[in-house]
Structure formats: structure tokens, C-alpha cells
Design a protein around this ligand. Sequence first.
Ligand SMILES: Nc1ncnc2c1ncn2[C@@H]1O[C@H](COP(=O)(O)OP(=O)(O)OP(=O)(O)O)[C@@H](O)[C@H]1O
Ligand SMILES: [Mg+2]
Length: 378
Amino acid sequence: MHTAKSGCANCEGEIMKRNPFKFGVVVDGDDFCDRGREIEELLSDIKSGIHVTIISPRRYGKTSLIKNLFNRVDFAQTFYVDLMGITTLEAFLSTYTTAILTGLGKRKKVETLVRKFLPKVDGIQITLGTVGFSLRIAPTANNVEEVLSITERLDKPVIIALDEFQEILNIQETDLLAILRKNAQFFKNTILIFSGSKRHVMRDIFLNHEKPFYRFSKVLSLGLLDKGEASNFIKRKFDETGFDIPYELCNKICDICSGHPFYIQYLAHILWNTISFKSNKLKKVCTHQDLELATESILIGERAMFELVWDSLTPIQRMVLKNLAVGKSAYELKISSRSVKRALENLENLDIIEKCERGYRIVDPFLKIWLVRMSAGR
Ligand SMILES: Nc1ncnc2c1ncn2[C@@H]1O[C@H](COP(=O)(O)OP(=O)(O)OP(=O)(O)O)[C@@H](O)[C@H]1O
Ligand SMILES: [Mg+2]
């Protein structure tokens, strides 16, 4: 094990440094790069009372964006509700109420809200303990609406983020979407931020004129990181930990990852580890070879996942995907254009590809590299 006291070559004479690149967790503050424009836009919208919807592929940084946005909000109380994995109305109500009560923080505030709220509703039991509270909810015809409007009883403006909002559609007992829409249109105090990564489902909820949430919110499609900002971020993190990385390599990391926030952090993390294990006698400088090794290491680590995706596809979807990976149009394939169109639609619904200016692109940059190699027989 490498520790400051172990006396190994890597650690001698220096305190073991922490890898500054984080992935798989929500990042904020110094670990959060760019998105200044999006945060300003979101701040301005919610200040003006506009509900917003954030849509992006997985791991583009929606949750991190919400956290960093909330760090900037001083004009309202903020609440974060994670709807991931919710399948029943009871679970929804419990998660929602818990998030609001927990988000209030101070016991006094919780007590006040519970006092205002409880007498109005049936089927809910909240017991306040010395620390925290316990909650039991049985959905009834009217307590759903009461729970959804609970923040309207607070005397301060409120912003609620409903993350992984598409999960609400798993709930079969009632049309929660319609009930939420019906209540939210009368909110005076509460602004909603909806966020989700199942893009065709989110688009259907918010952009389909036959659905209750059509035109209810302003939709923000969260994109990739800006190359300049991301390169500066990588450079700064290496510099701060005493490692030398040429700016050109920072750019190369962004190119390999096509600006994908999760992969930029992942690749930079592996590269940083590679450098940190270089002998202390050598200056800790990143080279092209180090970056190649780090890239290989990710491809090896992700291979099982890519194989799973590949195995789940139909033969036509595979052909289409391979063509896209090597930069050819899927319509060059010797199969009917109807079949190609259907395969493209299905791949898009699976969030494997997305529309871009030149047609379609593969969302996951490492899946693309893996496919290119497979096509070349490597
Ligand atoms: N602005 C950013 N700056 C630096 N890293 C980021 C940024 N946004 C996202 N990341 C990286 O991407 C990872 C995923 O971020 P986050 O969980 O916020 O994305 P998400 O879109 O909510 O993902 P999911 O769809 O899985 O819920 C983070 O752990 C971090 O490594
Ligand atoms: Mg998230």
C-alpha cells in the first residue's frame, strides 16, 4: 500500500496526494467545470418564475448542475428529490415528503410545516423524534394533491428539483403526471426543475402537445463540455497536484472523450494515477504514451458493459451502429431504408445514438472507439 509513511519510492518525502479527478459522484465547487452559461440561464429563469426541464444523456452532469445551481440560490429555499427507482405511489409520496422535510433542515421549521400540513390530510403519520422524524403514508384520493402542494405552505419561495423525473411514469395506480400538472399550475411559491436522462420519454412528457406538461416548462438540452474550459480544468488539476501535463494532452483528453463530462474525469483520473506511480526521481510529466495506456485501461474496464449492449441489439441495429462508428451513413448499407430508419429510431430511444448536425452520433465515446476497433478486427 502506498502511504506517506510506507517509505516507498512513490511516496517518499511527500504527503500522499489525492487524485483530483472525480467520477461517479455528484461534483461541485472546484470539481465542477464550466456550465457558467447554463447556470446563469437557469438562475434567470427560476428567478422569473419559469419552471425548467433539463434533458441530457446519462452522466452528462444534470445532478451536478442542479447542485451547483442550488449553491447559487439565495432567494429561495431549495429541495432535491431523487425519483430514481420509484415504482409505486406510496414510494413517491414518501420520497417527496421526506425530501421536503429533510431539506428544511431545522427542527423548528419541520415542526411548523407539519403543524400546518397534517391536520389537512388523511393517511399520513409524521412522528417527530429528538433527531429526525418517521413517516408513514398510505395514498388516498386527496392526500396526493396535498403532498404535492406541501411547499405552498412555506412562507418563502421554493425551488424543487425532481431528478430522474421520467420514473414517475412507472407509477400505475394513478395519473400522477396529470395530478401534478393540475396542482402545479396554481403554485404561487414553488418553481419546479425537472431533470431526466431517458430522453425520448422526457421529450414525450414535455414536448408532446397531447401531454399535460406540454409548454409547462422551458426545456434545456444539456450538452457536452466546452473543450477550452475542460482543457483548462484538467491542466489546473494536474498543476495543483504538482504534475506536469502539456496543454496539448489536455486537449487530446477532451478529443478522446468528445467532451463527455464523465469520461473526461474518468480518463484524467486514470492518467493521474499512472503518473502518480512514476518514481519520484523522475519528474512527474504526462506523456502521449501515458495517455494511451490510460485510454486502454478504460476500454478494458468497460468491455463487459459494451459487450452487454452489443448482445442486446438486433443484427440490423449492430450493422447500423458499426457504420456510424466508422463515420459512414447507415443508409449505405444494403438493407431497406425503412429497416435502417427503424433501427436508428430504436437506437436513439435506447440513448445509444443521438441526432446531430451531420446525422447521428454515438453518445458514448468509448463505445465508439470499441466499435471502431471491432470493425477493424482488433
Ligand atoms: N460540469 C462538470 N465538471 C466536471 N465533471 C463533471 C461535470 N458534470 C459531470 N461531471 C462528471 O460526470 C459525472 C456524472 O455527473 P452527474 O451524476 O451529475 O451526471 P448525471 O447527468 O446526473 O448522470 P445520471 O444520468 O447518471 O444521473 C460526475 O461524477 C463527474 O465525474
Ligand atoms: Mg443524475
